[in-house]
Design a protein around this ligand. Structure first.
Ligand code: PMP
Length: 358
C-alpha cells in the first residue's frame, strides 16, 4: 500500500531523488563504480559537490560574499561549533523550543548567553516578539521553525548583530533574504535530503569575528571553507542525494513554488482543524508552522487519540503521532509531501469525526 509519509524528519523525499540516488549507488556516470566506490577527490564526485553548492546558492539567491558547506555531525554539531567559533563574550538567543534550548545549552559552555525571550511559559506555543537585541552581543541565534511545537518565523528579522539561524526544518520552503543572516544552517533531513549531512550558508566576513580560543582544526569553519567541504571525506551518498533534491526543487519551479505548495498543504490542514469539533490546533494562529502542523483532540475525546492513529494508519497515513512534549498529532508537511496525501489526512479526520461525534 502507498504510504503517506508525515514523518518529522527523516521524512518523505521526492521519487526522482530516491531513484537517481539508487542508480548512482549502483553506478555513477558510467564510471563502472558506485558513488560509494569512487574517490571523493575524483572529477565525478567533485562535480557532484560543486553542483550541490551552486544549486543551493541559486535556489536561495545567495548574494556574493557567502559560502556553502556540507558537513557531517548534524545541526546538533553546529549548536556547539557556532559558540566555539563566534562567542567571544556574550551571545543572544531566542528560546522557542527544544532545539533552541539545545543550542542555548551548548553556547553556555563557551560564555555568557542572554536569552532575550522565551515561550517556555506556554509550552512553546508561540514565538516571542518585542524583545530587544543587545548591540554588544557577538551574534543573535534563532530557530526559524520549531519542529516539535509547530511554530515558525515566516519573516527574516532585522538584527544589529550577526544573525544566525537554524533552518533545519523550513529551509527551501520559502524565499529567504540571505543578506540578513550571517549564517544559516541545518540538518538536511527534511527539505534537503537524507540525514547525515548538514548544510551551512556562511557570510565570509563572519570569519573575521572568530573567538580567540584553541579550536581543533576540524571544528573551525575556516578549515572547511578553505578546503571546499573536503577537509576530510564528506558523506558522499548523502551529498549526492542533496544534489538530487536541490535539482528537484529547481525543476519544480524553485522556492517560490515550494512556498505555494507549503501554503496549500498548511491551509487545508489548518482549515480542517479549525472547522472541527473534535480536533484543535496547539500553536497560536499567527505563529503556526507550515511545516509541522500540531493538533490534539479536545479533552472530551482525548482518549480516542491512539485509535485515530490506527484508523489513519489503515489508510497508509504514517508519522502523525505528536512528539511526547506536545502529545496528540503532528503532521509534518515537507516539500516532497504531495497535496493528495494532505487531502487524504484531512478527509480521514473529517470521516473519523463524523463517526464519533453525534
Ligand atoms: N534543529 C531543528 C529545528 C531540528 O528539527 C532538529 C532535528 N529534528 C535539529 C536541530 C537537530 O538536528 P540533527 O539531528 O541533525 O542534529
Amino acid at each position: 500500500m502507498k504510504k503517506h509519509i508525515f514523518n518529522p524528519g527523516p521524512c518523505k523525499l521526492p521519487e526522482p531523488v530516491l531513484e537517481n540516488t539508487a542508480n548512482a549507488v549502483r553506478e555513477l556516470n558510467q564510471s563502472g563504480m558506485s558513488v560509494m566506490e569512487v574517490s571523493h577527490r575524483g572529477k565525478d564526485f567533485e562535480a557532484v559537490m560543486e553542483d550541490a553548492m551552486s544549486l543551493l546558492k541559486e535556489l536561495l539567491d545567495v548574494p556574493r560574499g557567502y559560502s556553502v558547506l556540507f558537513l557531517g555531525g548534524g545541526a546538533s554539531l553546529q549548536f556547539a561549533m557556532i559558540p566555539m567559533n563566534f562567542l567571544k563574550t556574550k551571545a543572544a538567543y531566542l528560546h522557542t523550543g527544544t532545539w533552541a534550548g539545545n543550542a542555548i545549552r551548548e553556547a553556555k559552555v563557551f560564555g555568557q548567553v542572554d536569552v532575550l525571550a522565551s515561550s517556555e511559559d506556554k509550552n512553546f506555543t508561540y514565538v516571542p516578539k518585542g524583545y530587544r537585541i543587545p548591540e554588544d552581543a557577538d551574534y543573535f541565534h534563532i530557530t526559524t521553525n520549531n519542529t516539535i511545537f509547530g511554530t515558525e518565523m515566516l519573516t527574516d528579522p532585522d538584527s544589529p548583530v550577526p544573525l544566525i539561524a537554524d533552518m533545519s526544518s523550513d529551509i527551501l520552503s520559502r524565499p529567504v533574504d540571505v543578506s540578513k543572516y550571517a549564517m544559516i544552517y541545518g540538518g538536511a533531513q527534511k527539505n534537503m535530503g537524507p540525514a547525515g549531512v548538514t548544510f551551512i550558508i556562511i557570510w565570509d566576513e563572519l570569519l573575521e569575528k572568530v573567538a580567540d580560543r584553541p579550536i581543533p582544526r576540524i571544528l573551525k569553519y575556516e578549515t572547511h571553507l578553505s578546503k571546499g567541504s573536503m577537509f576530510n571525506t564528506p558523506p558522499v551518498v548523502n551529498v549526492y542525494a542533496v544534489r538530487e533534491t536541490l535539482l528537484w526543487v529547481k525543476n519544480m519551479g524553485g522556492v517560490k513554488e515550494m512556498e505555494k505548495l507549503a501554503k496549500a498543504r498548511a491551509d487545508l490542514l489548518y482549515k480542517t482543524i479549525d472547522e472541527s469539533r473534535m480536533f484543535v490546533g496547539t500553536a497560536v494562529q499567527e505563529d503556526r508552522s507550515r511545516m509541522n502542523i500540531c493538533f490534539v483532540m479536545k479533552p472530551e475525546y482525548k482518549e480516542l487519540e491512539p485509535d485515530f492513529i490506527s484508523y489513519a494508519a489503515a489508510k497508509g497515513i504514517v508519522g502523525i503521532k505528536g512528539h511526547r512534549s506536545v502529545g496528540g498529532f503532528r503532521a509534518s508537511c515537507y516539500n516532497a509531501l504531495e497535496l493528495q496525501s494532505v487531502k487524504l489526512l484531512a478527509d480521514t479526520m473529517k470521516e473519523y469525526e463524523a463517526n464519533k461525534v453525534k
